[in-house]
Design a protein around this ligand. Structure first.
Ligand code: PEP
Ligand code: MG
Length: 890
């Protein structure tokens, strides 16, 4: 540690030590406050304790760096000079807010204290200065409540009970009825309660208060909700949080004061319109807490929502004009949609925060495309602005317009998309039911950060309170869950295990549909429709396609999947798992007959029955895919997968098909393996029973000739041999495939171009890629099996403990989701190199699940693969991820 390290950075009052580029050090909030102050916007002055203080704090067993206290004193003195107020001064007290601010925004995850610096003396100073005693004591009691909760770890309800009984005694219904004298009494009661609980008085020394709050914010980095949020958003613990100490401005100094949040564009739809909410005479947290329902900022949106009252534009036109100028300046400066917080203190506007706004996938797409068209960003930047995983939200179904909606109630359209599920009220129960595979909808009065696991587990969220920027709304949008917030008529009756709307009762466990795009909650399970992939989506995809190098194919075996894949822009099929075609009711009997046959003749007879079906399968795929390549993977799983296992099942099958139950059971037992994933499967089956692949090869070539004849254009089959470990396996099997091709082409009098390649699913195959490539005409990395065999982790069972591995930091992520670049990736790279050295221009692809995972796609780009193949619904995600990966490489 150097002795002159800067731990504290001041901002405001016409100068800033930091700027927006210093997010890692100052946190997002601190860096942007510094930047806004630099831009000349009205930011209340303050200072930031860096994220390095946080890291030091945890490294040194929760002790601060030695120089910190002196630097805080100096920053405080500078702040006093800028504001002309003094911390702890009775006549002119400086009050501050203390807030967390990590590098990535973590809404509501960590703690905040407002009005810090108040005590029995300074509150009188505040009353004098503001000329409003009631306001001063209201601020004081808020401070005691917040500080007690955040710093002293006392529960809210203790204070709520005191306030509640004070209201009851005086027959008050709302907080606004309390007078200054009432608040003075409440403050006294609060302080007595704290002292009773803790055995020592509430701290009155502002310095002590300040250090308490700073400590609490740094400690909140390690609270459960912050840890959970980080885990789900891949935020490293090592980043730490900064602490921002800032001069207070008050949005609750009467009718000429207000506080609000705004987005420079609509965060839900992406529309280019100023959008947000505000409350007159309220303090910042009131808006996001969802306790009072705020009003829209603009007249247009107030009218569109059919609301009474006044928008900010109507209530405070001068302030609104100023705010408009600021938001335009900020959006142009940051070249991205901004999420702003502001406060108006007696007609004076202050900017409290700006950051790149969180948005739905739909909005992200529209904003990126619009901004590129406006010339604010380039097309390539637009491509980089949209998170590929978020596209998932757009590819989800919405409610069919033909569906008759049984409307239960209406709220705000807080997060778009639609979902069906069973009503639950409790986040823990939501999480449990979701783990058990049930679709649930979480219905709450309002949500808080403690509910986040339940929100994650739910298909959608409904709240009866709160606005578009309430916790529920913000979090749901971030997670891509549909959400209806502020459904005011909905009353939850926990005792009855139901919610009520007017006379209507919906019980726990009953199925409802949530339409987060319209704000409606419907009874029953609605019919869904697939989304349109036109407009902005198509435009962005077009730009992405221009930017990417790798091709994107789909894993598909049914005509429906193939058609979906083409619709989503797949440039071929990268994996057709032919075994899926064998499970069909019409065919499984013949498959079993083949398995039971004791002679080659018997097997061939059974395979002959399968042949016409298999040929038709390939005709269908070739017709749909046209000139696009279709990779057909020959039979892969161990044969026992096709047989019934228990005695009962064997008897049932025997009865239905006329085969002998005993023989069936005996064969099933004979085929039983202790370790089937490393057993008699893949090309090993065809080394022992070559007639199986012979039938499949014949079906491919006959189908290809059929389609070529019918359409006048030849399909492009690529035959793929699975689970290869040696060149000789491939030599043997490719020899037979080529012979059958020659035979069929001679008979049909035409020749079709085709390739025979292999999957690389075993470390040995990767290591011997040079040799294997002498025979194989392409490689497709089967990274599911390659991960399993390289890491020695069962792809079917390891889910039970991989979560803990990731939690404990033993593995950075689940290697079946994102490729283990270090180990498995090393083998991929090596196989590419050796394969290409042996065969120039060897075609390389991947067809494991990783083909649709953005971070894995980035790895495959670096490894130089020709294509990735993934499930049809992930094709757009892979297209965008491939484009971003190519752009990142430059
Ligand atoms: C693989 O192993 O990655 C693969 C694509 O094959 P399957 O998932 O069918 O085993
Ligand atoms: Mg495999």
């Amino acid at each position: 540690m150097s002795t002159s390290k800067q731990w504290v950075y001041g901002f405001g009052g016409g100068e800033s030590a930091g700027d927006a580029s210093m997010k890692a050090l100052l946190g997002g909030k601190g860096a942007n406050l510094a930047e806004m102050a630099k831009l000349g916007l009205p930011v209340p002055p303050g200072f930031t304790l860096t994220t390095e203080v946080c890291t030091e704090f945890y490294k040194n067993n929760r002790a601060y760096p030695g120089e910190l206290s002196g630097q805080v004193d100096a920053a405080l003195a500078a702040l006093e000079a800028k504001t002309g107020k003094k911390f702890g001064d009775v006549a002119n007290p400086l009050l501050v807010s203390v807030r967390s601010g990590a590098r990535a925004s973590m809404p509501g995850m960590m703690d905040t204290v407002l009005n810090l610096g108040l005590n029995d003396q300074t509150v009188e100073g505040l009353a004098q200065l503001s000329g409003d005693k009631r306001f001063a004591y209201d601020s004081y009691r808020r401070f005691i409540q917040m500080y007690s909760n955040v710093v002293l770890e006392l529960e809210h309800h203790m204070f709520e009970e005191i306030l509640g009984s004070h209201k009851d005694t005086n027959d008050y219904r709302t907080d606004t009825e309390l007078t200054a004298e009432d608040w003075i009494q409440v403050v006294a009661e609060y302080k007595r309660a704290v002292e009773k609980k803790l055995g020592k008085p509430f701290p009155s020394d502002p310095k002590e208060q300040l250090w308490g709050a700073i400590g609490a914010v740094f400690s909140s980095w390690m609270n459960d909700r912050a840890i959970f949020y980080r885990k789900h958003n891949n935020i490293p613990e090592s980043w730490g949080t900064a602490v921002n100490v800032q001069a207070m401005v008050f949005g609750n100094m009467g009718e000429t004061s207000a506080t609000g949040v705004a987005f420079t564009r609509d965060p839900s739809t992406g529309e280019k319109r100023f959008y947000g909410e505000y409350l007159i005479n309220a303090q910042g947290e009131d808006v996001v807490a969802g306790i009072r329902t705020p009003k829209p900022l603009t007249k247009a949106s107030r009218e569109a929502m059919g609301e009474g009252g006044l928008s900010l534009e109507e209530a405070m036109p001068v302030v609104f004009a100023e705010l408009t100028a600021h938001y335009q300046k900020l959006e142009a400066h940051y070249r991205d949609m901004q999420d702003l917080e502001f406060t108006v203190e007696r007609d004076r506007l202050y900017m409290l925060q700006t950051r790149n706004g969180k948005r739905t996938a739909k909005a992200a797409l529209k904003i990126a495309v619009d901004m590129a068209r406006e010339g604010l960003i380039t097309e390539k930047e637009a491509v980089q602005r949209v998170d590929p995983s978020a596209l998932d939200q757009l590819l989800h179904p919405t409610i069919s317009p033909k569906y008759h909606r049984d409307l239960i109630c209406r709220g705000l359209p807080a997060s778009p998309g639609a979902a069906v599920g069973a009503v639950v009220f409790d986040p823990d129960e939501a999480a449990n039911l979701a783990t058990a595979g049930k679709a649930v909808i979480l219905v709450r009065e309002e949500t808080s950060p403690e509910d986040i696991h339940g929100m994650h587990a739910a298909k959608a969220i409904v709240t009866s309170r709160g606005g578009m920027t309430s916790h529920a709304a913000v979090v749901a949008r971030g997670m891509g869950r549909p959400c209806v917030s502020g459904a005011g008529e909905l009353r939850i009756d926990m005792k009855a295990g139901a919610f009520k709307v007017g006379g209507r009762v919906v019980k726990l466990g009953e199925t409802i549909t949530v339409d987060g795009s319209s704000g409606e909650v419907l009874f029953g399970a609605a019919d869904m429709v697939q989304p349109e992939l036109t407009g902005d989506f198509a435009t962005l995809m077009e730009w992405a396609d221009k930017a990417r190098r790798m091709k994107v194919r789909a894993n598909a075996e049914t005509p429906e999947d193939a058609a979906t894949a083409v619709k989503f822009g797949a440039e071929g099929i990268g994996l057709c798992r032919t075994e899926h075609m064998f499970f069909d009711a019409e065919r499984i009997a013949a498959v079993r007959e083949m398995i039971l046959a004791e002679t080659e003749k018997g097997r061939v007879a059974a395979l002959d029955k399968l042949f016409p079906h298999q040929r038709q399968d390939f005709v269908d795929l070739f017709e749909i895919m046209g000139p696009r390549p279709v990779t057909i993977r020959f039979l892969d799983p161990p044969l026992h997968e096709f047989l019934p296992h228990t005695e009962e099942d064997c008897e049932a099958v025997a009865k239905a098909t006329g085969v002998d139950a005993k023989a069936l059971l005996a064969r099933a037992r004979e085929l039983h393996e202790v370790n089937p994933m490393l057993g008699f499967r893949g090309c090993r089956l065809a080394i022992v029973y070559p007639e199986i692949y012979d039938m499949q090869a014949r079906a491919v070539f006959e189908a290809a000739c059929d389609v070529a004849e019918a359409k006048g254009a030849a399909p492009v089959p690529e035959i793929m041999i699975p689970f290869v470990l040696a060149k000789r396996e491939l030599d043997f099997l490719k020899g037979r495939v080529d012979a059958i091709a020659a035979e069929v082409f001679a008979k049909r009098g035409r020749k079709i171009e085709y390739l025979v390649g292999t999957m690389i699913e075993l470390p040995r195959a990767a290591l011997l890629a040079g040799e294997i490539a002498q025979t194989a005409e392409f490689f497709s990395f089967g990274t599911n099996d390659l991960t399993q065999t390289t890491m020695g982790l069962s792809r079917d069972d390891s889910g039970k403990f991989l979560g803990t591995f990731v939690e404990r930091g033993v593995l950075p992520q689940d290697p079946f989701v994102s490729i283990d670049a270090q180990g498995v990736g090393e083998l991929v790279g090596l196989a590419c190199e050796r394969g290409r050295a042996a065969r120039q221009g060897l075609k390389l692809g991947v067809c494991g699940e990783h083909g649709g995972d953005p971070s894995s796609v980035a790895f495959f780009e670096r490894a130089g693969l020709d294509y990735v193949s993934c499930s049809p619904y992930r094709v757009p995600i892979a297209r965008l991820a491939a484009a971003q990966a190519a752009l990142a490489k430059g």
